[in-house]
Design a protein around this ligand. Sequence first.
Ligand code: ADP
Length: 175
Amino acid sequence: MKIAVYPGSFDPITLGHLDIIKRASLMFDKLVVLVSVNTAKSPLFSADERVKMIVDATSGIDNIVVESYEGLLIDYCMKNNIHIIMRGLRAITDFEYELQIAQSNKAFSKDKVDTVFLTTSLEYSYLSSSTVKEFASFNADISKCVTPYVAKRVYEKYGYTIKTKDGGKEDEQQN
Ligand code: ADP
């Protein structure tokens, strides 16, 4: 069985992440989407909230498992007998960082864990969780960046409510 893990902060999951998940799910028998709990970062959402949003966004895909993990990614891979890490690349700026992490994971796992990359689909190349949060914090429309459920959760964090059925922005500030 070919299994890969797609790790990330997913704070929150965007349509860019979802695009990578959908495409990767076609390449493997099972794809674990792993919310990395990084104590050095202060995320907007708890690990459980992030898992819940990913579960909702991926509900139509059968071979996806969503988990969270605090610790070294290669330890997670070894414990679960996973040898492939999936990552997404948006721009050349992602590349240097991703290359270093991929090579470190390969070296520290004694060549047992390799990383494969999918390049972003053009329409999502500008998308990041930070951009979504930044724009949502000013009550801008994020309906083209995340699923309706995620949009609702993000606006809630900033004290905005959504009134439209599809989760698009048509709201007023609560406080
Ligand atoms: P991390 O903090 O581990 O970088 P992120 O949630 O920001 O976590 O990203 C997880 C992975 O998804 C990374 O490989 C990142 O490059 C990729 N990614 C994020 N946004 C996009 C996007 N719009 N298109 C393609 N890949 C993306």
